[in-house]
Design a protein around this ligand. Structure first.
Ligand SMILES: C[S@@+](CC[C@H](N)C(=O)[O-])C[C@H]1O[C@@H](n2cnc3c(N)ncnc32)[C@H](O)[C@@H]1O
Length: 239
């Protein structure tokens, strides 16, 4: 069953889907990734190394899993999570409640393709499992570049396909057959977790994504694979 929407309906489809699964989103993530997802996010934040009093942005922040880690680095700075699905941010509000009370972390509703920030604003930018969902990946990469300060680092966490043929076969079986059921049982939404492997299939390879980052202006681009090659972290700098 193909659940992928046509491009002109993708943004509305994605927003509705994440609004539906917002409450169970974190639980499904932990189970589906065998608890590895938070370690990958910590790695992403290490790559962008937010300065102590810096400004950090997480694009497509969802329930804000990156924000406490960004705030732990930028301990005298400000961290912002931007997303166009308000129920996802609402579900994550308790995670950043203390930081928000101290004026250090905020959720802001906005589109990754038209970020609601001036040019050259952020020292560090993260984005996790988002680019697969946007209609125009180059435009999202250019927007992040626009709002990054010269000297800023950006890191992107996304799904990839393992290169080892045996691991790739097992991963495909798990991702396409098991994950939709985990989503159905724990997240109450089989369709959303069928979209996940289907959208992953169309996502550019890590080499191609690195190229797209360079085309968007990012420099010193490299990537590393994690989770037996099931996810990639791409890193770039604005010079
Ligand atoms: C798979 S979730 C990832 C959430 C979070 N980054 C994480 O690591 O768990 C994808 C998120 O990207 C958001 N998203 C997708 N396209 C977007 C866009 N064009 N603008 C803003 N947010 C977007 C969705 O609303 C959703 O919350």
């Amino acid at each position: 069953m193909n659940v992928l929407p046509p491009p002109e309906e993708k943004a509305a489809y994605v927003e509705r889907m994440f609004a539906r699964i917002a409450r169970g989103y974190d639980r499904v993530n932990r189970v589906m990734t065998f608890g590895l997802d938070q370690g990958w996010r910590r790695k992403v934040v290490e790559y962008v190394a937010p300065p102590v009093n810096g400004h950090a942005l997480d694009v497509g922040t969802g329930t804000g899993d990156f924000l406490p880690e960004l705030a732990a680095w930028a301990r005298e700075g400000i961290v912002i999570g931007v997303d166009f699905t308000v129920p996802m941010m609402r579900a994550g509000q308790p995670k950043i409640a203390d930081l928000t009370a101290n004026g250090r972390a905020f959720f802001i509703a906005g589109d990754a393709l038209q970020l609601p920030f001036p040019d050259n604003t952020f020292d560090s930018i993260t984005t996790g499992f988002v680019l697969r969902n946007v209609v125009d990946i180059p435009a999202a990469l250019r927007e992040m570049y626009r709002v990054a300060r010269p000297g800023a680092m950006m890191a992107c966490l996304e799904v990839a396909r393992p290169r080892n043929p045996i691991v790739r076969w097992g991963h495909r079986l798990y991702f396409e057959q098991v994950v939709p059921w985990i989503g159905a049982l724990l997240g109450g939404d089989r369709r959303a977790y069928t979209y996940l492997p289907q959208s992953a299939r169309l996502f550019p390879s890590p080499d191609r994504l690195a190229e797209m980052m360079r085309e968007a202006g990012w420099r010193y681009v490299f990537y590393r694979l994690y989770g037996l090659g099931a996810v990639a972290i791409h890193v770039g700098a604005k010079v």
